[in-house]
Design a protein around this ligand. Structure first.
Ligand SMILES: Nc1ncnc2c1ncn2[C@@H]1O[C@H](COP(=O)(O)OP(=O)(O)OP(=O)(O)O)[C@@H](O)[C@H]1O
Ligand SMILES: [Mg+2]
Length: 410
């Protein structure tokens, strides 16, 4: 079989987003062909598994559905995670370099040294080590030291850890082996969506999700901070529910169909909605009066948290990139522009680097799944990953060939 598939899953607050991609060995092309979302409020809460059976069932429905629609099975699976209990911490360590040449083994050794120095507690486990920069002989900073000469190699990194139980329950729900890797979704997002130039100038990637807002801050080309805040577009739905007395699904529909941050972004008029079997009408301007204060409150909270975490928001010459479902609310981009006083753009997947339909890319809800897939294949190829091989990644096996080939298109 020349076509092999991989499914990339993003476990969100209460929904699970997945994309399916094919790699065609003949044409050497990686292509995202489908995407779907399953909601799982009884199995997943705030990125954590609360009921294995429910979560497993939803994830199985998602994967089987994507595979069936695209005529494949036994896909490799990438899973990206996030959540309030997942922590990131800076860690630096260095090692002497034998024969003065940095090999892949040396890079692995310095990563191991950093992980050991991090002294992860017994109740936590490592999820990912994110290299920020390497320093050669305590002098020269480089992004990738492979094949360079030096006698001492230092690694400055972000260590991502999470409670052992959460990590193992997520793996169980995804039918992954206990030693299979998980990926920190926010890191992949920032890495893939923000350009090198913006990262150098200083920029932020903000993922406006349902119950969470993820923020990745870049300064001088490297990740400075990753924050996850407990605010998101579902809080707007909650406010509509409170004011209009509608059920949650109806409030969500109203928000997504008629909502906006301010009146400039929606034509004035009335809309219909239902409470049980009775039909009601309301003015768009009244809906906006519900939405705007929530958006303003979230913006003020985001700014105060950034300040608390010593992020200099006046130094974002590279601007802000927005992604996540919350970006679909008309006027949200402009709402961010005012307080941050810098360029704000909706993030776009670079279709020159990865083949994906405009519809999937524009929805903004699959960007984490897409970025994790792309980022991981790319980093494996360039030797920047400390994670074990994927299932099937044996010498000469399909994934090994894939990673080599994907390297040619990144
Ligand atoms: N057109 C729209 N207008 C307003 N909000 C929208 C629109 N489309 C989607 N949303 C909102 O985006 C949110 C979902 O975004 P997303 O799928 O990125 O979140 P998630 O990944 O499931 O959650 P989280 O990132 O918090 O874990 C929901 O609140 C949804 O109502
Ligand atoms: Mg999300």
């Amino acid at each position: 079989m020349s076509k092999q598939s991989v499914v990339s899953i993003d476990i969100g607050s209460s929904a699970i987003h997945g994309v399916i991609a094919f790699y065609d060995e003949k044409t050497a092309k990686l292509e995202i062909v489908g995407a779907n979302t399953v909601t799982c409020p009884d199995g997943i809460d705030a990125g954590d598994v609360i009921d294995i059976g429910e979560a497993l069932n939803s994830i199985k429905i998602l994967i089987d559905g994507l595979e069936k629609t695209h005529g494949t099975k036994d896909s490799a699976v990438f899973v990206s995670v996030r959540g309030q209990l997942i922590k990131t911490a800076d860690q630096i360590d260095g090692i002497s370099v034998t024969d003065s040449l940095v090999t892949e083994e040396i890079i692995e050794s310095v990563k191991k040294a950093v992980i050991e120095k991090a002294q992860i507690t017994a109740t936590d486990t490592l999820i990912q080590i994110i290299p920020k920069e390497y320093k050669l002989d305590r002098l020269k900073v480089v992004p990738n030291p492979l094949s360079m000469d030096c006698s001492y190699l230092e690694l400055n990194s972000l260590i991502v850890t999470g409670p052992r139980s959460i990590v193992s329950n997520i793996k169980k729900a995804c039918l992954l082996d206990s030693d299979a890797p998980l990926f920190y979704g926010y890191y992949s997002l920032g890495n893939i969506l923000a350009s090198k130039e913006s990262k150098k100038l200083g920029c932020m990637l903000i993922d406006l999700g349902g119950m969470t807002t993820g923020i990745v801050v870049y300064v001088n080309g490297i990740v400075q901070k990753i924050l996850e805040l407990p605010v998101g577009a579902d809080l707007i739905t909650r406010d509509i529910t409170k004011k209009l007395k509608t059920l949650q699904a109806e409030s969500k529909r109203i928000k997504e169909t008629y909502g906006a941050v301010s009146e400039e972004y929606r034509e004035d008029g009335e809309f219909e909605y239902s409470i049980g079997s009775s039909k009601k009408t309301a003015a768009i301007s009244d809906l906006i009066k519900i939405i705007k204060p929530q958006v303003d409150m979230q913006l003020a909270y985001i700014i105060s948290e950034l300040k608390k975490n010593r992020v200099d928001i006046s130094a974002l010459a590279g601007g802000i990139l927005l992604t996540g479902g919350g970006t679909n609310l008309p006027g949200i981009l402009e709402a961010f522009e005012k307080p941050f006083d810098c360029g704000v753009k909706i993030a776009t997947v670079d279709t020159n680097r990865i083949s994906v339909s405009q519809e999937i890319a524009d929805s903004q809800i699959y960007t984490t799944a897409i970025s994790t897939l792309y980022n991981e294949l790319k980093s494996r190829f360039s030797g920047n990953s400390a994670m074990p091989d994927l299932p099937g990644g044996k010498e000469g096996g399909f994934w090994n060939r894939l990673l080599r080939k994907v390297g040619e298109i990144v």
